[in-house]
Design a protein around this ligand. Sequence first.
Ligand code: NAD
Length: 230
Amino acid sequence: MKKQKLVVLTGAGISAESGLKTFRDSDGLWEGYNIEDVATFDAWKRNPAMVQEFYNQRRKAILEAKPNAAHIALAKLENDFDVHIITQNIDDLHERAGSKKVLHLHGEIKKSQSTANSKLIYDMEGWELKMGEKCELGSQLRPFIVWFGEAVPKIEEAAEIVVRADVFIVVGTSLVVYPAAGLVNYVAKKVPIYIVDPGEPTVTNSERIIFIQQKATIGIRKLMDDYLLV
Ligand code: NAD
């Protein structure tokens, strides 16, 4: 029998229990930085060394972090469902937990990108990307991150996956960063939407939304036991 297509949109909250901080939970700061100072192209133009260092530190923390029970549970759901993860996260914890189909909307911290041609993307070794490290065209390498204000090239691919979902799950995202947050609008009518988040619900205007107000590790377990694997 064909497996049901289960599409999961994840955000920083799913990696919180792996020790990686979200930023909305700390007054709009991410690891003590204003987002505008580190996660915009203007910031890079103003002070590339500082932006590079910020992402070097994030890369270091991500390399040291491990997938938690929530990442692992989603990977195991592949036994029963055709699981597609669409993540806003730049970490690789879904992949390390074993998920096979992971689409990164906002880039991947373990890759670098040419500043001359955005299509030139390179796998990185280790945590540090240095000023002076250049792409094959001779221009400085930047972290492969989609910054605020930049286009999100994978959004159409993501929307096409969401349109075909039989079940849609949202885990650990404040659903305020667009266009990612708009993906919810592509879910077909009658498809159930489950939201797992310990915070207050941001989307409540629909009867088909089932809100599980729990941290990811507990909430996904509950979602599996009470709804998906019954
Ligand atoms: P966000 O910080 O805006 O929202 C985090 C959400 O997670 C909140 O709704 C919060 O209530 C919830 N949350 C907190 N702890 C949780 C837990 N234990 N389990 C489940 N949910 C929990 O993050 P966002 O919506 O992902 O959007 C912001 C952007 O931040 C993304 O673009 C992402 O690239 C970037 N970011 C990524 C990482 C990462 O890769 N690990 C970390 C921080 C920020």
